[in-house]
Unconditional design. Structure first.
Lengths: 448, 484
């Protein structure tokens, strides 16, 4: 049997030592009628060689973004990952370790989390960050719940420019405790500021602003700050792309109170959308309201620097039904990848990645905009690395036509109710040749 | 002590090479200046070798499965096979985007579809969603499903969920998140559900009952059929916390003994690595009548192949994850199930149970064990004897184990056992390794008598000495202060 070391002789020896005749005596607490009769109906055991063959055979039915020229994004991005990231993440010392509750034998995990928290604080301008949430969507949901704990106001405004998949998750998470979710409309791919201002009153607990927003557009965060903070109790929750933060305003510059986002782009592969990780940061006055694990620096008994999980009185294993969240496992190993990634990229590398992504995206947008029948959906908005174009054919048609050429031209916005629109994401991985290939392919398939 | 990565930073150093720019357009030309940040984020400026040395030095300060036994009760820290790690990194898995056309995802979808089927068979449930990414998120999805069922039936009066006082902390926290009141049920003298007390609590307002089986004392809830009948009599639903499923593979199918909803912890029972706290995966299985409420999408199959199935979106609880859950974790669990097969799965649980009982037998003469009957895959010893006779606490015992090259058991849980030491050796440990661990426990019992002072000082040989976590709360130090 794979991974089971006990031999038949040892099994008998152990049963004898326990004082039973056979295994069944050990499970006599399970009434006979409750036991499975016969064997489970799963396929017969495969050896390592056979499963390897079987899995490799399955990969032939996938077409990956590496062999295709992919412009898919919508929250999941194909940024370059230096080799050293996986070398660290693949170390059993990190990946087979448990949650660092026993601090004395978990200093490696605890310290990288502390460094991760520091990096997230640096990117966001916030004062405290936790050790991670499940993904960007649940991080926003938990941010709304934290806002409720802070100001006891039960309404949250979700603009129409927020990722609609996040909205679905937020709904699932917030309806139980009775948060009223209100949609603010958009105008030309951005939050309709006039409409939002009219919706604001003393009962609004939080406003969620995704920037760059779902369509890739950069929201007018300074105007939003004025509108949202007109009521000093209302909390500004910013949902941001961590790569963008290398060049765009730190959310502290526009006085965001809670900053969250999807962290996958920081050194984690796409894996069809999971695992991801959410980052979660805020001002220090909310540290005791935060969900999730937090690492703090402290001393050991001899006065040496050490790290430990801290503020655990917020968490489910201590506070049970009164905990700030039910989260236990998070996405720790993904944050290790992010920490190593940010260390390797460093101060200048992150700026370079973000700059190149933006430059390439703008080049591509300009070239596609020139094509007959194509136009930018939101020409008045400025964007970072992703943009929406109107297409002369249904987007799905274009996607199907480009499939044989191994080009994924973008996400069909029909998924969210927009006809004849593609959303196109560009990262630094795209060469000028890749970009031009998409442009000429679009031209060809739409003008036959 | 280790320096932080920030302390290695030297202005101008780079840890990565990037292609030259193919455009000379200035950022200011494409993004308005007011949206560009004033000061760069102070990330470290280090070389690749700096990064490697630093994080490898950190890795040396961790306990991990390949270093030594991890007897953490209810955590199932079994060995994580390495073939999983190699196969999961295939570029046709890790470079897949969630919104690729389904035609280009048939390999991945086939895996998910088969995993749904296999998990359903293992639990005896009718259908399984793979979307929740952790046990607690599985609980959340499961309790939301219970809520959706009652909502659909017009059971608006159902406001409470009952759970035993031995429950994991996530259980009550999850109920609160869904909006249910939590009613705690005191366990009976044997450490099981107290049927008489449960009867007193049953009324029409009960939405469901949450139970870990085997429970956190490592005992099978023998009266499960009677419990389920009681709960079902008021149209309540039975939720099983699957944290301890490692005891039941091929022995009991929870969906066939009265449970209506359960979550699986793929990072426990199905040996996906814990990753220092995650990512995990917490699929949820349900009986037939609850299928309409499962999160969307499911993975389904028709003549054209596999596809994302949104057909029951109108009745679904919605989504709990941005995409489809933690694919890379599910893939590892899939490989594990395929390699074990039906007999291997049963062997896992048999050996987990034998190992736990054998270890219990070895340490029983030295530690108090409240519930001495045969256990399932874990048992709870405690340090009350050492506390009373030697003034040594369970925390001291746990810390001393670290000195001997072991991780500590789960301590002070379940809450109903004083000074609890909850021990789960798992099936991947050999008799030799269990003998050695038992010897360490016995040595410690001796040390408690002979040298209690030293026990308060433990650990003595770990990378740092006992960590002051009270100070970590009093003087908050939650980030490194970078100087420039």
């Amino acid at each position: 049997m794979p991974y089971i070391p006990t031999t038949e002789a040892q099994r008998r020896e152990m049963l004898t030592a326990i004082g039973v005749q056979n295994f069944d005596e050990l499970i006599k607490a399970i009434p006979e009628k409750l036991r499975l009769q016969g064997r489970l109906h799963v396929s017969e055991a495969l050896s390592e060689l056979e499963i390897t063959r079987s899995i490799v055979e399955k990969t032939c039915h996938n077409m990956c973004a590496q062999t295709a020229n992919s412009f898919l994004g919508a929250g999941l991005y194909d940024h370059f990952i230096p080799a050293a990231v996986d070398t660290i993440v693949s170390r059993p010392e990190f990946f087979t370790a448990y949650t660092p509750y026993q601090a004395e034998v978990s200093q490696g995990t605890l310290q990288f989390i502390y460094e991760f928290q520091t990096m997230i604080c640096e990117l966001t301008g916030m004062e405290v960050a936790n050790a991670s949430m499940y993904d960007g969507a649940s991080a926003i949901a938990e941010a709304i719940l934290m806002a409720v704990r802070k100001n006891k106001l039960m309404k949250a405004i979700l603009p129409a420019t927020l990722n609609p998949e996040y909205v679905k998750v937020i709904k699932t998470y917030t309806e139980g405790i009775g948060v009223e979710l209100i949609t603010a409309p958009s105008q030309d791919g951005l939050i309709d500021l006039i409409a939002l201002e009219a919706m604001m009153d003393g009962t609004i607990g939080s406003v969620i602003v995704q920037t760059p927003n779902f369509y890739g557009n950069i929201e007018d965060v300074f105007a939003l700050d004025t509108i949202i903070h007109a009521n000093p109790k209302t909390l500004f929750i910013a949902a941001v792309d961590p790569i963008a933060l290398a060049i765009l305003n730190a959310p502290s510059e526009y006085h965001a109170d809670i900053v969250v986002g999807e962290g996958q782009a920081l050194g984690n592969s796409m894996y069809m959308g999971g695992p991801l990780f959410g980052f979660f940061a805020s001002k220090l006055d909310m540290a005791r309201q935060m969900p999730g694990r937090i690492v703090g620096g402290t001393l050991d008994k001899e006065g040496n620097r050490a790290y430990a999980l801290t503020l655990q009185a917020r968490e489910q294993h201590i506070r049970r039904e009164k905990a700030t969240s039910n989260i236990c496992s998070n996405e720790s190993l993904c944050t290790l990848a992010a920490t190593v990634y940010m260390s390797l990229m460093g101060r200048e590398g992150m700026v370079e990645i973000a700059t190149q992504s933006a430059q390439k995206a703008h080049y591509l947008a300009t070239e596609i905009d020139k094509l007959e029948g194509f136009s930018l959906a939101y020409p008045a908005a400025c964007f970072f690395k992703e943009f929406v174009v109107n297409t002369p054919l249904p987007a799905d048609k274009i996607i199907q036509l480009l499939l044989p050429r191994a080009i994924y031209p973008g996400v069909d916005m029909k998924r969210w109710g927009f006809d004849n629109q593609l959303m196109i994401a560009v990262t630094e991985k795209k060469s000028r040749k890749d970009l031009n290939e998409l442009v000429s392919a679009l031209k060809e398939v739409c003008h036959v | 002590m280790s320096k932080t990565i920030f302390e290695y930073s030297v202005s101008g150093r780079k840890g990565v090479t990037l292609p030259p720019r193919d455009s000379d357009s200035k950022l200011e030309g494409i993004i308005p200046g007011k949206f560009l940040r004033q000061d760069k984020a102070k990330l470290p400026e280090v070389t690749e070798l700096d990064v490697m040395r630093h994080y490898i030095a950190l890795s040396h300060k961790n306990h991990f499965i390949e270093k030594g036994l991890y007897p953490l009760g209810s955590c199932t820290m079994k060995y994580n096979p390495k073939v999983h790690e190699v196969l999961v990194r295939h570029s046709c898995f890790n470079n897949i985007h969630a919104y690729q056309d389904e035609q280009t995802l048939q390999g991945s979808l086939a895996i998910l579809y088969e995993l749904q089927q296999d998990l359903a068979e293992i639990s005896g449930m009718a259908q399984v969603t793979l979307q929740p990414v952790a046990g607690a998120q599985g609980e959340f999805a499961g309790i939301k499903i219970i809520e959706a069922y009652h909502h659909a039936k017009g059971n608006t009066h159902k406001t409470k969920i009952i759970l035993p006082d031995s429950a994991h902390g996530t259980n009550p926290a999850t109920c609160s998140l869904v909006g249910y009141d939590v009613v705690e049920l005191k366990s009976d003298a044997e450490g099981r559900v107290d049927l008489a007390k449960l009867k007193e609590l049953i009324d029409d307002n009960v939405a469901g009952f949450m139970l870990t089986n085997p429970n956190t004392l490592g005992l099978f809830e023998s009266q499960i059929v009677e419990i389920a009948e009681l709960i079902h009599s008021v149209d309540g639903l039975m939720y099983m916390d699957g944290a301890n499923l490692n005891a039941l593979l091929g022995i009991v199918q929870p969906g066939k003994i009265g449970f209506d909803v359960m979550h699986y912890n793929l990072h426990k029972t199905f040996t996906t690595p814990h990753g220092g706290g995650g990512p995990g995966s917490g699929p949820v299985g349900v009986v037939e009548k609850l299928i309409p409420y499962l999160p969307v999408p499911m993975i389904a199959k028709n003549d054209d192949g596999y596809f994302f199935d949104y057909r029951h979106e109108a009745t679904s609880i919605g989504k709990v994850h941005t995409y489809y859950g933690n694919f890379a974790i599910m893939l590892r669990a899939y490989i594990y199930i395929k390699m074990l097969g039906p007999d291997g799965l049963r062997r896992v649980s048999e050996n987990a149970i034998i190992n736990a009982n054998y270890l219990m037998k070895l340490v029983a003469p030295y530690y108090h064990i409240e519930h001495q009957e045969s256990c399932m895959h874990e048992f709870v010893a405690d340090g009350t004897k050492q506390k009373k006779e030697n003034g040594v606490s369970t925390l001291d015992i746990a810390k001393r184990l670290l000195d001997k090259g072991y991780h500590a058991p789960t301590i002070y849980f379940p809450l109903i056992i004083h000074e609890a030491l909850m021990i789960e050796p798992t099936e991947t440990e050999s008799k030799e390794s269990i003998d050695a661990f038992a010897n360490a426990m016995i040595e410690i019992a001796m040390e408690c008598k002979d040298n209690p002072e030293m026990m308060h000082d433990a650990p003595l040989t770990t990378p740092v000495r006992r960590v002051d976590d009270v100070r970590a709360v009093k003087i908050l130090d939650l980030r490194y202060q970078i100087e420039n």
